[in-house]
Design a binder for this molecule. Structure first.
Ligand code: GRF
Length: 205
């Protein structure tokens, strides 16, 4: 059974997609062992509670400095003893110590086709605003391993979504979520849970 901890900051629609996929069997052999939010008012916490999933909030406001916040975040993850950490709309720069400790065991969903519209400052609606401003005809979403950079880790899965005439950032975001994010994140988790995608340190030859 793959133990996953899901880190969230907002609405939790990607968390919901994972919950629904486990419920329908699209994801097998997997258990969400903890939801971790950095925002006390994240609706994702309500989704966790409604589905009987243990959740904790680690808010930067509750700590005197970044270091103690980082330590609390790592502790919240460690306590859950996850095999895999899933960043699902998590708007926190992970501490290097965590990335090293969970090398190739942290994945992120980003709402564009990396390397387009990613990196510092590209999150949420801003990603879709940039795509519309550039006039791309195709955008999409990417699942990637998390490394020390921002949206720079090895790409695992991508799915393209068409941009339509008259799209607003909100309309485009919804299409990318429905047609890409909510598909490729559960697919990736299921592949990891069933050994089709290996995680953790690559075996040295
Ligand atoms: C959305 O912009 C989504 O594209 C990205 O994070 C944001 C919030 O997602 N992955 P969620 O609804 O909290 O999962």
């Amino acid at each position: 059974m793959l133990r996953i901890a899901v880190c969230v900051s907002g609405g939790g629609t990607n968390l919901q997609a994972i919950i629904d996929a486990i419920g329908s069997g699209k994801i097998s052999n997997t258990e969400i062992v903890r939801v971790i939010s950095n925002k006390k008012d994240a609706y994702a916490l309500t989704r966790a509670a409604e589905n009987g999933i243990g959740a904790v909030c680690v808010s930067r406001k509750d700590f005197p400095d970044k270091e103690s916040f980082n330590d609390a975040l790592i502790q919240a993850v460690d306590e859950a003893q996850p095999d895999l950490v899933v960043l699902a709309g998590f708007l926190v720069v992970l501490p290097e110590k965590m990335i090293q400790k969970y090398r190739r065991r942290i994945i992120n969903i980003h709402p564009s086709l990396i390397p387009s519209f990613c990196g510092n400052g590209f999150y949420g609606l801003k990603v879709h605003e940039a795509a519309l401003a550039r006039g791309v005809k195709i955008t999409g979403a990417t699942v990637h391993f998390v490394d020390e950079g921002t949206d720079t880790g090895p790409i695992i899965k991508q799915k393209a979504v068409e941009v339509r005439e008259g799209d607003t950032p909100e309309i485009l975001q919804k299409r990318v979520m429905e047609q890409a994010e909510w598909q490729i994140l559960p697919e990736t988790i299921d592949e990891i849970a069933n050994g089709e995608l290996l995680i953790g340190m690559e075996r040295k030859h």
